[in-house]
Write a protein that binds this ligand. Structure first.
Ligand code: ADP
Length: 468
């Protein structure tokens, strides 16, 4: 058996691990994609927000200027400027002459510097290599259609994240991480469950196959799975076990039958020879002839057994060819020419011009066995009729005689090995009870069937059906 050098792992391990790896891979990819795509969108949102806020401040300065009666109010400017600072914006308001009215840097330069520092750190933490710095935009403040001054809005640019923004981004990543962990655990559980469902029946099959290989042919698996391949595997194992069981019982029966068949002639022979050796009997020609007859009988049984062994059992290789049925029947009848003459038996044939795709020699054997029985079991001056016809895809061959027939009790058994309807009589006719067993195994190997119809004392008919 070829084995790879890779370490052996159980099916359960492999399936569970694949499940886990697949899920983790999928979610890691999702996490990366979400970060890349969402961050880009978030960035746009933040920039838009920043611009909006700037414009709001400019608009507010304009409207306040109007509220203050078209003049700047230092206290009012300070409260706007300090409010903007808490949003991360550094204002510097100048009037139309260019005089600075309020400057956040002047108001609290330390705070501004540390704010810029913190923002730089935050942005670097979010996005290593973020290229940012102090940015300033200058807007004109208008009030009632005329210019009231300018405001420079400085901030950490090109954009910056507020604490809330950072919280939002962190929550998002935490969420993805949490879902990944949850799905990972779920996939582990589900993968393990699926693997168990898949591996359990396979383990059962292995155990049963082991048992079968140890000779416990009675073992069967129950088909409880809903997976097609598993059902097919179990069915295959069950069929295998069934076949082995059948073969085994066939082998046992065969051995028992053979022993039983050989025992009688061997015992006869032994007692005859012992009687002669002991001087009880004289070794005259009658005694020797009787011994000779027993050995002939033994040889015939052995020869028949050889034939049967060749035909019986599955796996018989058939040499199929086109066989012209009338020609083959004619040939088989020829074999019995002299016996037919001796017993003065008439043979009637009714043969359609059919060809059959079959093993010529074996079909010949079938015909010879059936004709041999018909000749054997028909009294002188009787009749034998052989017919062949085609019936829906099958060839039907019948061998009918007007012989002694078979009793109803014997009829079901005549195709069994060594079965003889009348043992004492068949001893005279020389039958070993194997002929019909051979017929049956050949016909079965061809995918056909054979049946016998008989009335005791009136005659018998043997009908063989063979697929064309
Ligand atoms: P055998 O070698 O004894 O003929 P077979 O297997 O050919 O063995 O036949 C089994 C038994 O079936 C025979 O012993 C006989 O009793 C019965 N039998 C078979 N063919 C016929 C027949 N044509 N007429 C009457 N009996 C038959």
């Amino acid at each position: 058996m070829m084995r790879s050098n890779r370490p052996e792992r159980s099916l359960r391990f492999k399936i569970t691990a694949s499940f886990l790896v697949m899920t983790l891979l999928a979610f890691t990819l999702l996490g990366i994609l979400a970060n890349v795509i969402l961050k880009k969108q978030f960035e746009n949102y933040v920039i838009e927000n920043l611009n909006k806020k700037n414009e709001e401040i400019v608009a507010m300065l304009g409207s306040r200027y109007e509220d203050w009666g078209g003049a700047w109010n230092a206290g009012g400017l300070e409260s706007i400027g300090v409010g903007a600072m808490s949003d991360g914006l550094i204002l510097r308001v100048t009037d139309t002459e260019g005089t600075v009215l309020w400057d956040a840097m002047v108001h609290n330069s330390g705070f501004c510097a540390s704010m810029m520092e913190t923002m730089a750190q935050n942005m670097q933490r979010q996005n290593a290599g973020f290229n940012g710095g102090y940015t300033e935009k200058i807007y004109e403040i208008t009030s009632g259609g005329s210019v009231a001054g300018t405001v420079a809005i400085g901030y950490y640019g090109p954009y910056f994240y507020t604490d809330n923004d950072i919280k939002y981004l962190n929550t998002l990543n935490m969420l993805i991480l949490l879902v990944t962990a949850l799905v990972g655990v779920a996939s582990l559980v589900f993968g393990a469950y699926l693997a168990k469902r898949l591996a359990d029946p396979i383990v059962k099959v292995i155990k049963t196959a082991d048992q079968i290989s140890e000779g416990n042919y009675g073992q069967r698996l129950d088909n409880t799975s809903d997976m097609r391949e598993i059902i097919e595997l179990t069915t295959a194992i069950n069929t295998l076990a069934e076949r082995l069981e059948k073969q085994e019982s066939l082998r046992k029966r065969m051995t028992a039958d053979v022993a039983h068949e050989l025992r009688t002639p061997l015992a006869n022979l032994q007692s005859h020879i012992e009687a002669i050796l002991d001087g009880v009997w004289e070794a005259d020609s009658t005694r020797l002839k009787s011994c000779h007859e027993e050995t002939v009988r033994l040889s015939r049984i052995v020869a028949d057994l050889e034939k049967l062994a060749r035909f019986e059992g599955e796996g018989t290789v058939l040499n199929k060819e086109r066989v012209h049925v009338p020609a083959l029947v004619g040939q088989a009848i020829k074999v019995f020419e002299s016996e037919l003459d001796n017993k003065n038996l008439a043979v009637k044939t009714e043969l359609q011009d059919i060809t059959l795709f079959a093993d010529r020699d074996r079909i010949m054997q079938v015909l010879v066995n059936l004709l041999s029985n018909a000749v054997k079991y028909t009294q002188p001056c009787g009749q034998i009729a052989v017919s062949a016809e085609e019936t829906d895809g099958h060839v039907r061959i019948s061998v009918k005689d007007t012989g002694i027939g078979i009793s109803r009790e014997d009829l079901p058994y005549i195709f069994e090995r060594f079965y003889r309807a009348d043992r004492s009589r068949s001893r005279d006719t020389g039958g070993s009870g194997i002929g019909l067993a051979i017929v049956k195994s050949i016909v079965t190997a061809h995918g056909g069937s054979v049946e016998a119809i008989s009335t005791h004392g009136e005659g018998s008919e043997f009908i063989v059906y063979l697929p064309k």
